[in-house]
Design a protein around this ligand. Sequence first.
Ligand code: CP
Ligand code: NVA
Length: 300
Amino acid sequence: MTPKVKRDFLRVADLTADELRQILEHAKAMKNQRSYGAHRRPLEGRSVALIFEKPSTRTRVSFEVGAFELGAHPVVLSTRDMQLGRGESIVDTARTLSRYVHAIVLRTAAHERIETLAAAATVPVINALTDDHHPCQILADLMTVRERKGALEGLRYAWIGDANNVARSWVEAAGRLGLTLTVASPEGYGFLSAELPAGVQQVVDPREAARGADVVITDVWASMGQEGDAAARRDAFAGYQVNTALLGEANPNALLLHCLPAHRGEEVEAALIDEPGAAVWDEAENRLHAQKALLEFLMR
Ligand code: CP
Ligand code: NVA
């Protein structure tokens, strides 16, 4: 008998286009069922470890509630309460946790850290954000675009901001699904051209990216861990705020996405987040449904 190969979700490219579509479709069905108060509990009797080495509101709560709703027991851990915080290695932690739980979700800084964990774990590992990738966010973002626009294809996507974790996961999604994405970043804050798949273009002028866009996506200028660089980044990104003028370049009814937390008045005009064209609260909610579908996909 061929041994079962465990699957991880460390980056968007870990899933095929078909698998991504399948997860999004399942997430939609789960959202629908939940609105009728119906819960299947396909992961009854299983447990999921959720380890946070950086702060989190949405990811933490959506995974904890999502695991519970699937019938699994979420074990929420912060490094400071674990031997991991006292120097036990990530490999030994992975081996130990694999004897107790059926999946491990990790938010950490260096992406290599989650790769090391995944290599040593014998259960599926899910990336809850690293410095380089935020793939769970993109599942929710894609789900939100499908809900609001009816389909992912045939749209123009604009990323306004730096080449951060969320942007890199968007770039991978565009590559996988064949989406037309334009990234606008100041010089020195963009992607290397080798990182960009066909269909993804990079420009410096945010108006060029926003022009004719159907979906405009942004994120903070200084991510977690870059706080010391925030002042320099505020200077570099002046002119990159997603505001009424910039959205005026986009198509009418363009959708605004932001993974949150936002610095209102900095990367995004303060009131825009509450306008009907912004889908950020649906986007935040969809983390729950998309991750439930992902957990079931990896753990079933
Ligand atoms: N968008 C997101 O990942 O939010 P949290 O940092 O609150 O989890
Ligand atoms: N790019 C942001 C995303 C937060 C969810 C960060 O890494 O801080």
